[in-house]
Write a protein that binds this ligand. Structure first.
Ligand code: SAH
Length: 340
């Protein structure tokens, strides 16, 4: 049964319109869900009994269950069980500017990036919007604080689950929903070109991050199979189109793999590729995992790479690291549960 948290305000309006013509009930229900944070339909005391009964027939309440939390100073990792017994994870990062959550968008992932631990398990299914919304609600409940920032950088490829992730954004951005500002929401993609084009027309001012990780097709196709489907030229053309339509600054993720993509030549090539584009590059120190042979670039190499980009007028940051101690860092989200 569908989670009530997967319904946008508009969806609920349509739903109530069709059952008794009383659209205002959608506001009441949203108020109970996102302001008063009730955990059952019965608690919605200003909603008529027969309407509650109908809601109970059509929707379920909690569709994900928090089963484990690992805590570090600035990072918590949350393990959830889904209704069908699958597991997913979300990670909380406490920044000085607020609480940021990294949510999963799929069970498993089909993108097959060679260096990514989260993607070693093939996609089992897409998460529903409600299951993604509930990750935030569960973490807020655990913290007893509000989540202010959302990144879609957990398990899964968001653009391989376009309908549900856009619905998710609609729900959490709604002022009557979680009220998370669009500029505080980031979608990260390995570069599914047709979806980037579609996203250019999505009417929310959210951020787009692209996992680039290599400055040319030859190298990229060695580490990211998606690059066989879409060349860097096609990707950059789609991003220019996206920028022309949205004027939103792009961010590129570049994971630093020792001896693979961290040479000075790569830095120069990357600078040339991005020249003139309103963007910045986020250099990510690679998080090594047991099962994968890639190694993290030495920090002097990362610094050199950084300097070359800077010198070529490319805005660049080095990603601050979170969660290494609890295997919650980028690429390490993979439920131990599923390995058992
Ligand atoms: N599929 C989306 C969302 C996942 S985001 C995407 O590719 O953008 C997770 C980010 O962490 C991606 O940039 C990914 O390439 C990167 N990543 C994966 N494994 C990593 C690792 N072991 N260390 C550091 N970053 C990693």
């Amino acid at each position: 049964m569908k989670s009530i948290y997967g319904m946008s305000l508009k969806d609920l309006e349509n739903y109530f319109e069709s059952i008794d013509g009383k659209k205002f009930r959608s506001h009441q229900v949203f108020d109970w869900l996102y302001r008063k944070k009730v955990t059952s339909f019965e608690e919605m005391t200003n909603v008529k009994k027969d309407v509650i009964d109908k809601l109970k027939e059509d929707f379920s309440f909690n569709t994900i269950e928090l089963i484990q939390v690992e805590r570090d100073e600035l990072t918590n990792k949350y393990l959830f069980r889904l209704n069908d017994g699958e597991h997913i994870e979300a990670v909380l990062m406490k920044h000085d500017y607020g609480n940021s959550i990294c949510v999963s968008s799929q069970v498993g992932c089909n993108m097959g990036c060679k260096f990514c631990e989260s993607g070693r398990r093939k996609k089992v299914r897409n998460l529903l919007a409600g299951e993604i919304v509930e990750q935030i609600l569960e973490v807020e409940k655990d913290l007893n604080e509000k989540i202010t920032h959302v990144v879609m950088m957990g398990i899964g490829e968001p653009f391989d689950n376009y309908e549900e992730i856009t619905k998710f954004i609609e729900i959490i951005n709604d002022n009557l929903g979680l009220g998370i500002g669009a500029r505080h929401i980031t979608v990260s993609t390995c570069g599914i070109v047709p979806k980037i084009k579609e996203f250019a027309d999505f009417p929310y001012q959210v951020n787009l991050a692209i996992s680039l990780h290599a400055p040319n097709d030859e190298l990229r196709s060695k580490i990211m199979p998606i690059s066989k489907a879409y060349s860097i030229k096609e990707l950059m053309d789609a991003l220019k189109e996206y920028y022309d339509k949205t004027s939103r600054r792009l961010s590129f993720e570049y994971v630093m793999l020792d001896g693979v993509n961290d040479t000075e030549e790569c830095a120069i090539e990357l600078a040339n590729l991005l020249k003139g584009l309103n963007c910045y590059v986020n250099l990510i120190p690679y998080n090594e995992t047991e099962n994968i042979e890639f190694k993290r670039s030495r920090s002097d190499k990362i610094n050199k790479f950084y300097d070359i980009l800077k010198k070529n007028d490319i805005d660049v940051t080095k990603r601050r690291e979170f969660g290494g101690n609890i295997s919650a860092a980028c690429g390490q989200l993979r439920s131990k549960k599923e390995e058992q």
